[in-house]
Design a protein around this ligand. Structure first.
Ligand code: PAF
Length: 255
């Protein structure tokens, strides 16, 4: 099983030993409720680094709805087993106080792209996400950090932040992992009712086949999705929809 590390000081001691021994570190930050998408990130980190560090931290500052934060699945024992099978060496599981010794006085604010797409529908989300990712990258002090392309806007903002703040860690994006029916893997899929789960793959299908964002929006609305947005941006079609209380996001390359 991966070693559980709960304090910044404890990881720093281990990191110093890895550095002295010339061992590279690959870092995979997560909020837990792990699935095969996370496992693919762990395996990529395993292939490219001597040591694999994961983190499990349900970050309160990136939830725009309190009930979403409270209901976010917390499944550490199952997560540990998945990390073990994927070759993770250590997992950083900090408390909120450990991550936010400043309370939340200091925040990262991106003034342009974070206001669009998901940012237009989730006020404060990307500021909270970038803030915690900056903290985690500073703590992990890794050569490489791995993120899924399902959260394409998140990945683009993290890459931009790493460049803007001269962070030494290389940011690596990995392809979205899907169910056989096309639904992108997400911790939130577990919240879908059987009827919603049966409908959910239509999201990816319509994103891929509709000629325009407007026709995609019309087709998804007619099928029973509440559409937050569907937009073409930078060679990709991105979307967010709601099925009941569950919000799903996805993106595909434009043909
Ligand atoms: O993608 C996630 O799971 C989270 O947004 C991240 C990157 C771990 C930051 O909390």
């Amino acid at each position: 099983m991966p070693e559980i590390i709960t304090t910044v000081a404890a990881w720093r001691t281990r990191r110093a030993a890895h550095r002295a021994a010339g061992r590279s570190v690959g870092f995979v930050p997560t909020m837990g409720a792990l699935h095969e998408g996370h496992a693919s990130l762990f395996r990529a980190a395993r292939e490219e680094n001597a040591v694999v560090l994961a983190s499990v931290f349900v970050n309160p500052t990136q939830f725009d709805e309190t009930h979403d934060f409270e209901n976010y699945p917390r499944t550490l024992p199952a997560d540990q087993a998945l990390m073990d099978a994927a070759g993770v060496d250590a997992v950083f599981v900090p408390s909120v106080a450990e991550m936010y010794p400043d309370g939340t006085r200091y925040r990262v604010d991106e003034a342009e792209f974070s206001r669009e797409l998901c940012g237009a529908h989730r006020p404060g989300h990307f500021s909270g996400m970038l803030t915690v990712v900056l903290k985690l990258l500073q703590i992990a002090d890794a050569e490489r950090a791995y993120f899924g392309e399902k959260d394409w806007q998140q990945l683009a903002l993290i890459r931009g932040m790493a460049q803007a703040f001269f962070l030494p860690t290389t940011i690596i994006g990995r392809p979205t992992v899907r169910e056989a029916d096309g639904l992108a893997l997400s911790s939130r899929n577990a919240r879908l009712s059987p009827a919603e789960r049966a409908l959910a793959p239509r999201f990816h299908q319509v994103l891929t086949t509709a000629p325009t964002p407007a026709t995609a929006t019309a087709a998804l609305s007619a099928a029973g999705f509440a559409v937050d947005y569907i937009e073409d941006h930078d060679g990709r079609r991105l979307g967010a929809v709601r099925l009941g209380a569950t919000r799903l996001i996805d993106n595909v390359p434009l043909a």
